[in-house]
Every structure is written in structure tokens, then in C-alpha cells.
Design a protein around this ligand. Structure first.
Ligand SMILES: *[C@@H]1O[C@H](CO)[C@@H](O)[C@H](O)[C@H]1NC(C)=O
Ligand SMILES: *[C@@H]1O[C@H](CO)[C@@H](O)[C@H](O)[C@H]1NC(C)=O
Ligand SMILES: *[C@@H]1O[C@H](CO)[C@@H](O)[C@H](O)[C@H]1NC(C)=O
Ligand SMILES: *[C@@H]1O[C@H](CO)[C@@H](O)[C@H](O)[C@H]1NC(C)=O
Length: 163
């Protein structure tokens, strides 16, 4: 029930501004984050082109419609299924034990600058810091401005280390 409310909150506004001809019958979508909660899909789709700006099409198959939802970066909240997190960053999942649910880096990857790193970069300590909830993040060795400049300069070389 909570997810349903959250979902309405997250994309309700977008839907409300859709013209009448986009209105379709709502359908339940199963989430795939361990529990088999279903939620009403406000906007069905076969590809992302069918979705309002800012939303992407999830769980569409050849013979059934998917649902328009937001793709979410690491640490963003409001996911209802893992795919929303994975669309933006493969090594993430939707942690539904949090309220609101949040996209977290998978075990073995570490959070820094809204990304998940396979290995902490040179401008951070090689050992990540892990809190009591298991949230793992890289700790900078330099100030964040220096680190961001470095990332900008070496982005191409570093790209395989994070998503
Ligand atoms: C959607 O889920 C609700 C609540 O679980 C259920 O009552 C309803 O019959 C479902 N609708 C469809 C089309 O599966
Ligand atoms: C959820 O999964 C359980 C166990 O697999 C099953 O018994 C139950 O009917 C499922 N509930 C729904 C709403 O699909
Ligand atoms: C879906 O359609 C594509 C293109 O028509 C086809 O290549 C693919 O095999 C289909 N997949 C399934 C599961 O039917
Ligand atoms: C994650 O996002 C929350 C806001 O939802 C913010 O308070 C927190 O600092 C972020 N975590 C990190 C490690 O940036």
C-alpha cells in the first residue's frame, strides 16, 4: 500500500498533466525486488518513446506492455523495482527496506559522487568506509573540487570503474 501511495506521489503529477488521449486503462505491474507487491501502472508503454519526458519504459515484452517509471541513479529514492536502478547503473538495486525505497550500490561496490565504484579511485582511500547498515562509500583523500576536476579530466580512462 505504501508503495502505491509513493508511486502516485512520484509520477502522479506527470500523469495529471497528460492530455486526455494518453489516458489508458491502468494495469498492475509486478515489482521484482524480492517481494511480489503489485502496483497500478499509470502509463503503459512498449518503448520509452511512449513515456512522458523523464520517464522510461520498464518490463515491456513483445507481448505485454510495460510501465513508464523513472530511471534512478545511485542514492536516489522512489524506486519500486530493481530495474529502475539498474537502468541508470547496472551494479545497483532497489532497497525496499528503506522508506522511501532507495537505489543502493550492490555489495562490493562503493558509493562516491552519485556513482557506484568497483574500486575506490586514486583520489580516495582504497579502503571504503562501511556504516552499520552496510552502506559502503569511498572516502576522498583530496578535497572534492580537486577530485571532481581529476574525474572530469580522466573520465574516459576511469569510466570502466564506476556506473
Ligand atoms: C490489481 O491489484 C489489485 C490489488 O491487489 C487487485 O484487486 C486487482 O484485481 C488487480 N487488477 C488486475 C487487472 O490484475
Ligand atoms: C506472493 O508470493 C507468495 C509466495 O510465492 C504467494 O503465495 C502469494 O500468492 C503471492 N501473492 C500475490 C499477490 O501474488
Ligand atoms: C521479440 O521480437 C523480436 C523482434 O521481432 C524478436 O527478435 C524476439 O525474438 C522476440 N522475443 C520473444 C521473446 O518473442
Ligand atoms: C543520499 O541521499 C540523501 C538524501 O536522500 C542524502 O541525505 C545523503 O547524504 C546521500 N548520501 C550520500 C552518501 O551522499
Amino acid at each position: 500500500m505504501f508503495l502505491l501511495v509513493l508511486y502516485c506521489f512520484v509520477i502522479g503529477n506527470v500523469i495529471a498533466t497528460q492530455p486526455w488521449y494518453h489516458t489508458r486503462e491502468v494495469r498492475n505491474v509486478s515489482t521484482n525486488s524480492g517481494n511480489n507487491v503489485t502496483l497500478k501502472c499509470e502509463k503503459e508503454c512498449s518503448t520509452t518513446m511512449d513515456c512522458p519526458t523523464g520517464l522510461s519504459c520498464f518490463q515491456a515484452t513483445n507481448d505485454s506492455e510495460g510501465c513508464c517509471l523513472r530511471a534512478l541513479k545511485p542514492n536516489e529514492t522512489g524506486c519500486v523495482m530493481d530495474d529502475q536502478c539498474k537502468r541508470a547503473c547496472e551494479s545497483t538495486h532497489c532497497d525496499q527496506s528503506q522508506s522511501p525505497p532507495r537505489c543502493l550500490c550492490d555489495i562490493g561496490s562503493h558509493f562516491l559522487f552519485n556513482k557506484c565504484w568497483k574500486k575506490c579511485p586514486d583520489f580516495a582511500h582504497s579502503e571504503p568506509s562501511v556504516d552499520s547498515t552496510g552502506f559502503s562509500q569511498c572516502v576522498l583523500k583530496v578535497d572534492s573540487k580537486t577530485a571532481l576536476n581529476y574525474m572530469r579530466r580522466f573520465r574516459r580512462q576511469m569510466r570502466s570503474n564506476f556506473c
